[in-house]
Design a protein around this ligand. Structure first.
Ligand code: COA
Length: 258
């Protein structure tokens, strides 16, 4: 891969978008490589959690590649957007926790990428926003949909219409990131969180992700039905027997993913 670094240590994979001279902007090739790497990590049962970050000191991802957007005609642009949306949905529905370690600018497609992740940890230097309005376009990789779902409609409208990014403290305050840490602690903290999630029962993890992702896009009644069915499925697993037995035997559970 030309634009990504992949490192796997125990059950945690770390994916780094690696175009620091372009602030890790997502060009077509990078999007293709992200599809490729997430397909691989999704299919690899030994990987149970993923950290996604950007190379360099300055940026997580500073957006889709503006030089490519500049050349788009309407029909191509629609497909360009759909392709980015599919990537974000792939990450959101991977069935494993993906933690965005936001190490600087997460703008436009970078903000959209972070929002598609399961959780977001930001360094104090993070700046997160949807500046597309300044380019005469709208956020096209899911930003107009995921931002209001995360922070509410009023704040999402303010951010997308002004184009102004928020700093890490404000992002935490409005629920756009789960926590803020010092810059030199970011990867260690993200890795620690990923390792802790990776130790949980993988089938239950997958079903929780699905129940919350699907349920929050459905009626309460439908969401409760999804939850009941997935609860039933969890109770058919060895991990349910192990988890409940370990509790009763006052020991740590050891989950096998079966
Ligand atoms: N697409 C393509 N190239 C990008 C990019 C993007 N989204 N964001 C940054 N770059 C490139 C710059 O063109 C520059 O390349 P160059 O050295 O060949 O000129 C390089 O990355 C460094 O960026 P630069 O603008 O010089 O850094 P800065 O510190 O002055 O500013 C930002 C940082 C993030 C404020 C600024 O790069 C920016 O506004 N980027 C675009 C953000 C955006 O609109 N994203 C949404 C895209 S849909």
């Amino acid at each position: 891969m030309n634009n990504l670094l992949l490192e796997i240590s125990d059950a945690v994979a770390t994916v780094t978008v690696n175009r620091p001279d372009k602030l890790n902007a997502l060009n077509r090739e990078t999007v293709s490589e992200l599809f490729e790497v997430f397909a691989r990590l999704g299919a690899d049962d030994s990987v149970r959690a993923i950290v996604l970050t950007g190379a360099g000191e300055k940026a997580f991802v500073a957006g889709a590649d503006i030089t490519e957007i500049n050349q788009l005609k309407p029909v191509d642009a629609t497909e360009f957007g759909r392709r980015g949306q599919r990537l974000m949905s792939t990450i959101e529905n991977l069935g494993k926790p993906v933690i965005a370690a936001v190490n600087g600018f997460a703008l436009g497609g970078g903000c959209e990428l972070a929002m598609a992740c399961t959780l977001r940890i930001a360094s104090e230097s993070a700046r997160i926003g949807l500046p597309e309005i300044n380019l005469g376009i709208l956020p096209g990789y899911g930003g107009t949909q995921r931002l209001p779902r995360l922070v509410g409609k009023g704040l999402a409208l303010e951010m997308a219409l002004s184009g102004k990014p928020v700093d890490a403290a404000r992002a935490y305050e409005i629920g756009l990131v789960n926590r803020v840490v010092e810059g030199d602690e970011l990867l260690a903290q993200a890795g620690k969180l990923a390792a802790s999630l990776a130790g949980n029962a993988p089938i239950a993890t997958r079903h929780i992700l699905r129940a919350i992702n699907e349920g929050t896009e459905s009626s309460l009644e439908r969401g409760l039905d999804i939850e009941a069915q997935l609860f039933g499925l969890c109770c058919s697993t060895d991990d349910m027997v192990e988890g409940t037995s370990a509790f009763m035997e006052k020991r740590k559970p050891s989950f096998t993913g079966r």
